[in-house]
Design a protein. Structure first.
Length: 145
């Protein structure tokens, strides 16, 4: 195969790849109900997690929702940061959240917002499991990792 044939083959492959990407985009989620009883509870070393969704919507590149049950004295992971913004809604228990460099104790019904690329963390400081809903947003404006 000469250079011209190789170039033509590479160009054809690139065009075919683009066509496939456009032909089969991930479906956009519209209005939907997620029944708590239909979500599978998967145990992990810190408690368990129920995956709700991870999909594009009409206005988001990705909407990821999960529900964590965190055992007393546990953290899901060390403090960290990521480009996407994150909303946490505490359903049950008492947690401490790292926000703007300070650990803050909150209880049921509290809402935590973790900004893009800002250090944050969470730990269960109560005597019962903490249950919280996590909503992650990724848009065209979300910075790269």
């Amino acid at each position: 195969m000469n250079r011209r044939e190789l170039f033509a083959a590479l160009a054809a492959t690139a065009v075919a790849g683009d066509a496939l990407a456009w032909a089969d985009p991930k479906p956009v989620m519209g209005s939907k109900v997620f029944d708590w009883n239909s979500l599978t509870d998967k145990p992990n070393p810190n408690g368990s997690v129920r995956t709700v969704c991870s999909t594009p919507t009409a206005t988001l590149e990705n909407l990821e929702i999960h529900i964590t049950t965190l055992d007393p004295g546990k953290s899901p992971h060390p403090p960290h940061k990521h480009p996407n913004e994150e909303l946490i809604i505490l359903r049950q228990g008492t947690v401490e959240t790292l926000s703007n460099g300070t650990w803050i104790r909150v209880g049921p019904g509290s809402v935590i917002f973790n900004g893009s690329n800002q250090l944050h963390g969470l730990k269960n400081v109560g005597a019962e499991p903490a249950i919280y809903h996590v909503v992650n947003f990724k848009t065209a404006a979300t910075p790269s990792a």
